[in-house]
Design a protein around this ligand. Structure first.
Ligand code: TYD
Ligand code: MG
Length: 457
């Protein structure tokens, strides 16, 4: 290769530039922070762009002359994906789907490609052979005449294929397998990822073809190391879930074309991912009789109301230091709630082990879950089960006061829809509500003690 891009090494920590790789940064003294980046591309660097007859000359344009067309969205048959994208696939958008290996990213996008029969789709896989993809497609029971598979990993050759095929959507599985020969680095390195993503970005913007990029998440939870990839794309979706459970969550992390508080829910079955349009039913276990330590929270995940089961186990600490473990919930917040119960209610959790679990491997950040957590903790401590068909939606303050939460009506309606007959909410929320509007009993309380008095004595 005669024409190499000019590169330099930069410290990821402080940005110090060096012409060669260094183990330790002389500026900030951090170790192993140097990565190679392209600083100048060769002038004759061939990319798909050169095949375009004219380059768009961009000068200032009057705002009123720009037409904001929302008609550019392609609405797919996957309601969950549409939702996370903000209402469908936007023309010319670059969408990054990140997730741990084996979570189902390839399945999700192959399924989408199989379903989009109205357009020509190119699915590029550097991860699997054509035969493997065919087998997966058979497993998904899908067939699409307009779907093309390529296993090309050299991006320049890939663009030649694209030029010939003229696909209307491109899927890259995964960005870590692509290589550009402008960069002297191995596939999956930061320099390669950045360069290839940059080329895909220019391609998407100038042709209006949407591009989906799969990116593996490393142990720290970053998409392929470089956060930079997240800045280059329009939308970042994260596919997550506990591999021990069947359901998967597609979470919007960034979206230039919609809200970031959306989630899509799926179930991984033998023949692919099934959309879960009514998640609460999945997250509440069928119970014949009440169990102690269990409480149900009426939470919101983004714009969606969702009833979620909270499980607590409080038992005498056997070895010295009591343990506190929380799955799916912030441990510091659990400690705060325990301190409130201890200080305001005089409950002795200090010498107890406390385990808290949000059912279904879900992670909840909605503060409205507080009251259900406190009630699950009290229920396990007192070994008194809460009646079935009861749920909670209130935040707890440091003095044990119940605080109102957002979108209370949506939470109540969801609980009502699922057959709950009583919901505990904060007094503050009650002001705007009318009991006779609902078929579920609304119980308002100002303090945690009042809830305790009604349920555990
Ligand atoms: P995959 O899409 O290959 O994950 P990723 O691309 O994120 O690495 O999915 C892998 C898992 O999904 C694998 O363990 C098998 C399982 N699976 C099913 O349960 N049902 C299916 O129909 C398919 C295609 C995969
Ligand atoms: Mg895969």
């Amino acid at each position: 290769m005669a024409n190499k891009a000019k590169t330099a090494f930069f410290c990821r920590n402080c940005g110090f530039e060096s012409s060669k790789w260094l183990g330790k940064c002389p500026s900030c003294n951090e170790w192993n922070t140097f990565t190679e980046e392209v600083i100048e591309r060769p002038k004759d660097a061939a990319s798909w762009k050169d095949s375009k007859p004219e380059k768009r000359i961009s000068g200032p344009v009057q705002l009123s002359e720009i037409t904001a067309s929302d008609t550019g969205r392609l609405v797919t048959g996957d309601l969950e994906l549409n939702r996370t994208l903000g209402g469908g696939i936007v023309a010319g958008s670059l969408v990054l789907i990140g997730g741990e290996p084996g979570i189902g990213k390839s399945t999700l996008l192959l399924q989408l490609a199989l379903e989009l029969k109205q357009i020509k789709v190119l699915y590029v896989s550097g991860e699997e052979s054509e035969q493997q993809i065919k087998m997966r497609a058979d497993r998904l029971k899908g067939n699409n005449q307009g779907l093309y598979i390529s296993t090309e990993v050299a991006i320049s050759k890939l663009f030649m294929q694209i030029k010939q095929l003229q696909p209307e959507m491109v899927v890259i599985d995964s960005i870590q397998t692509l290589v550009s020969d402008f960069v002297d680095a191995t596939a999956g390195s930061i320099a390669q990822i950045k360069e290839c993503a940059g080329q895909l970005q220019r391609f998407a913007k100038e042709t209006n073809v949407p591009v989906f990029i799969i990116g593996h998440i490393n142990k720290e939870g970053y998409i392929a190391g470089p956060k930079i990839l997240e800045h280059m794309v329009d939308t970042v979706l994260q596919f997550e879930g506990d591999r021990n459970y069947t359901h998967r969550i597609l979470r919007t992390i960034k979206n230039r074309f919609g809200s970031t508080s959306e989630i899509g829910i799926y179930k991984m079955e033998g023949d692919g991912l099934q959309q879960v349009n009514n998640p609460s039913e999945l997250l509440i276990t069928e119970k014949e009789e009440p169990l102690s330590g269990v409480a149900v929270a009426a939470t919101m995940e983004g714009m969606r109301p969702m009833l979620i089961e909270v499980q607590a186990l409080v038992s005498p600490a056997v070895y010295g230091n009591p343990q506190r473990t929380a799955t799916g919930f912030d441990l510091r917040r659990l400690n705060m709630l325990l301190a409130v119960l201890e200080k305001r209610g005089g409950f002795a959790y200090g010498n107890k082990d406390v385990f808290l679990n949000i059912a279904g491997g879900l992670r909840v950040e909605d503060p409205a879950i507080d009251l259900s957590i406190a009630c699950a903790l009290l229920s396990s401590l007192t070994d008194m089960a809460l009646p079935l068909n009861m749920c909670f939606a209130a935040e707890i303050g440091l003095s044990g006061e119940l605080r109102g939460v957002a979108r209370i009506e949506q939470r109540i309606t969801e609980a009502e829809k699922l057959g709950f007959d009583r919901i505990y909410i904060a007094k503050h929320n009650m002001k705007s509500l009318k009991q006779n509007k609902y078929n579920i009993e609304l119980r308002a309380a100002g303090k945690l003690e009042e809830v305790y008095g009604q349920l555990f004595v």
